[in-house]
Design a binder for this molecule. Structure first.
Ligand code: G3P
Length: 217
């Protein structure tokens, strides 16, 4: 059960990585654009922080994705996971990278048929987009359950389900309940995972009572 952060904001990542609860980072072109930084500076900073698994997305045609995927894997080593889209070109690249033992995250998964192809192409991770399915009136969490059921029945152990496009804490819990191995989430969602109103109320009471104990001992 692993938690990844879905962001390229290295300051926020550093803050949360120190909790010891973060297992990896996923980035994409949009998140890199929002950071306003050179992607490779971001990846290097994350490696220097000790992040063990960083998804680095490649774009373009199959030759471009393959060339860039190999280059990134060579440059960044074992921490690099190359992220490709679930297209014929993306899965072609996935298969070749996987053959040379490069970890591949197949992204933009919206149907279990795509997850089947990605597993056959040797993906280390498949990333179903829960929130974007919900945006289109399809229950994203059900897709996690269907992929998990297929992988379990077919003894697919090499490909892990990485639940992505997460908007709510409840989607994190339900992703794991439905069989996801990893959930990647924005830092704002991770921060909310700690919260419960009864924890706050209980703590307030314990703090008050402890002061009372100290005043009388
Ligand atoms: O990492 C890709 C995915 O998590 C994107 O999320 O919120 O843009 O749908 P979102």
């Amino acid at each position: 059960m692993k938690i990844f952060l879905d962001t390229a904001d290295t300051a926020v990542i550093e803050k949360h990585f120190s909790s010891g609860l973060i297992d990896g980072i996923t980035t994409n072109p949009t998140l890199i654009m929002k950071s306003g930084r050179n992607p490779e500076d971001v990846y290097q900073e994350l490696i220097d922080l000790g992040i063990p698994d960083i998804s680095m997305e490649v774009v373009g045609n199959r030759e471009q994705m393959l060339w860039e995927g190999r280059r990134l894997a060579n440059k960044f080593g074992k921490e690099a996971t190359i992220k490709v889209p679930c297209t014929p070109d993306g899965l072609y690249v996935c298969r070749l990278l996987a053959k040379s033992l490069v970890k591949v995250n197949v992204t933009l998964i919206f149907d279990e048929a795509q997850a089947i192809l990605a597993a056959k192409a040797g993906a280390k991770y498949v990333s179903p987009f829960v929130g974007r399915l919900d945006d289109n009136s399809i229950t994203g969490l059900d897709l996690i359950k269907r992929i998990s059921s297929i992988y379990n029945k077919q003894n697919v152990f090499e490909t892990e389900i990485l639940s992505a496009s997460i908007r709510y804490v409840n989607s994190v819990s339900q992703s794991f309940a439905n069989g996801a191995h990893i959930v990647t989430m924005p830092p704002t969602v991770f921060e909310k995972m700690y919260n419960h109103v009864l924890t706050d109320k209980g703590l307030e009471l314990f703090d008050k009572d402890w002061k009372e104990v100290q005043a009388h001992t």
